[in-house]
Design a protein around this ligand. Structure first.
Ligand code: ACO
Length: 344
């Protein structure tokens, strides 16, 4: 059995924070942020809006897009769960009225959505499930020191979800192969030092925020995503000339442009929405897919490469032919009241 993409949904918190607003309290400028990252604005979750709420809203939208009433497993990619313990996936399942199904978190930072797709694909192949919800959701604004100009302008909050069903490799929407990697020797390049079992408490509040060595991460991101894209294309027997859309993790427009240049891919094949959402970590790829479909930039039959890079370090890629999935973007605005578990 192969995982086939059958529905797509998104959720973005309504509050838009533009570069000018940020530059009023940070030593930065609209010009610097736009020139160095391509970001104009990002969505920021208000108090009370959490990863679980956004993930539930995006999953609900994906389910309605797929026309399915339910699924029999749920995988949530996030590195900003509502609590350190338990995982957030069971609460998302409960919010959808699906208590009882297997539900787990996958923490692979910005590569999380690809790892979650592969995990769900494995569940389908092992016949543990016939339909699986895969969600990427992150609230990175909570991990960024609001006074740190090296991280606060980069990240935004949001969630995106897909419904996968068991199908065959020949169908449009069939996912795979996958190329996935990790290198824990470079964990220090993107790290939240305190809060985990290594350093449960710290007197320095900055230790609870994300520390990023941006320049080094940038270098590794370009090199590793290029390697991974070429590796996955080789296994898929898809020539670079056959790639219609490259949907990369939206970390920095310059990373995506460098990646395209290294691959020798025309920039017209790049899908980018970072300008409006920033780096939404695990939500990045499904949000980019939804924006591309909505804008007519991604159409059924397109050969699509997905690629991502993030903390861990982690990176990877996959391919699919875009199926006739329209995407449900109603969740681009989430309801004011938080999600309560519902009974289906
Ligand atoms: N405004 C103004 N100046 C700034 C800002 C800012 N917001 N941030 C940094 N600077 C300054 C620096 O202090 C430095 O000044 P100096 O030359 O006087 O020392 C200068 O700008 C250049 O700094 P760099 O860090 O080299 O800037 P760079 O061009 O590399 O851009 C950025 C920084 C945007 C963070 C980039 O390195 C990047 O995108 N890195 C990759 C991020 C990424 O891919 N993360 C992975 C996913 S995240 C995850 O997995 C959780």
């Amino acid at each position: 059995m192969t995982a086939v993409l059958a529905g797509l949904g998104t959720c973005l918190p309504p509050r838009v924070v533009g570069n000018r607003e940020l530059s009023q309290r940070l030593d930065t400028s609209d010009d610097w942020i736009q020139a160095r990252t391509g970001i104009h604005e990002r969505r920021i979750a208000d108090t009370g809006t959490t990863t679980v709420g956004m993930a539930t809203s995006a999953a609900d939208a994906a389910l309605s897009d797929s026309g399915m009433a339910d699924v029999d497993a749920l995988v949530l990619a996030t590195s900003t769960p509502d609590q350190l313990c338990p995982g957030s996936a069971p609460q998302v399942a409960a919010g959808l009225g699906l208590s009882g199904i297997p539900a787990l978190d996958v923490n692979a930072a910005c590569t999380g959505f690809l790892y979650a797709l592969a995990t769900a694909g494995g569940m389908l192949a092992a016949e543990l499930a016939e339909r699986v919800l895969v969600i990427g959701a992150d609230t990175f604004s909570r991990l960024c020191d609001p006074d740190d100009r090296t991280t606060a302008p980069i990240f935004g909050d949001g969630a995106g979800a897909v419904v996968l069903r068991a199908g065959t490799a020949a169908e449009p929407g069939a996912l795979g192969p996958f190329d996935l990697h990790a290198d824990g020797t470079r964990a220090n390049l993107l790290v939240v030092p305190a809060g985990g079992s290594k350093q449960r408490f710290s007197d320095n509040s900055h230790d609870y925020f994300l520390h990023m060595q941006g320049r080094e991460v940038f270098r590794h991101a370009c090199a590793k995503m290029a390697e991974s894209v070429l590796a996955v294309l080789r296994v898929a027997r898809l020539p670079l000339a056959g790639v219609d859309r490259l949907v990369g993790h939206q970390a920095n427009l310059r990373i995506l442009q460098t990646l395209a240049a290294r691959l020798g891919l025309d920039e017209k094949h790049l899908v980018t929405n970072i300008g409006h959402v920033g780096n939404t970590s695990a939500a990045s790829i499904p949000l980019a897919l939804a924006d591309a479909v909505d804008g007519g930039h991604l159409r059924p039959g397109h050969h699509v490469v997905l690629t991502a890079f993030g903390a861990g370090l982690t990176w990877g890629s996959s391919v699919l032919t875009w199926p006739p999935v329209r995407g449900n973007m109603q969740g681009h605005r989430i309801p004011e009241d938080s999600y309560e578990p519902v009974v289906r």
